[in-house]
Design a protein around this ligand. Sequence first.
Ligand SMILES: [Zn+2]
Length: 217
Amino acid sequence: MSCQICEKRREKRFCPAIGGRISPQCCGEQREVTLDGPSECVYLQQARDHEKPRPLEQLDTAAMFPRVEIGDQFLYEQEHLLLGLSYSLARSARADRSIRDSDLIAALSSLARSYETLANSGLHYEVPVASLTHQTIAADIQQMVKEYHEAEQKHTGYTRLRDSEVLRALVFLLRMGMTRTSGRLKSRAFIDFLLSQFPGQSSAIAAPDEASRIIVP
Ligand SMILES: [Zn+2]
C-alpha cells in the first residue's frame, strides 16, 4: 500500500483533503500548501499542537507596523473594540470558507495603512485593496468601527474613539494573525483560533443587528 501522493512511501493515514491514504511525510510537507484539509482533520490539529510559534526572524517584522506601540493599558481600555473587530474577522471567515489567514492579514494590513495615514495627517487615504475578498473583509471591519462609533454616541452623547486607537487595534490583530498563522499558503490556523473564540453564529458581543449591545466602557 503506497501513498496516493508520492506513490512511493507507505501510506499510514487517511487524508480527508484527497479522500485517500497518504504517508506522514507527504502530509507534513503538503498540509496547508497543496492539501486543503478541513479544520477537523486530527493530523492537522496535532501538527498545530506541536508546531512551535514562529521565531521572530521568520516573521516580516517590517510589515507588523513596528512603530505602533500597544501597551496593556490600551488592550484593557479597548477590549470591546478588539472583541468587535475580532468578531468581524470571524464572521467574514465563517461566511466564506475559501478565506485564508493570508486574506485576513492582507485586509488588516491595508486598513492599518489607511488608518496610519488618517491618524498622522487627518487625510483619508484608501489603500487599494487587491481582491474582492479583501474588500469584503475590510468593509466588514469598517462597518464594525462605524457601529462602535454609533454605540458610543448613543451611550455617552459623543464619540471618543480616535483613529489612532483604531490603528492600534488593527495592528494588534494583524500581529496576532502573523504570529498565529503557520505561514503556509492555505493556512487557516489564525482563522480557526478566531472561530474558537466565537463558537456560535450569533455572538452576544457584537452581532451586526445588535450594535447597541456593544458595551461602551
Ligand atoms: Zn507520500
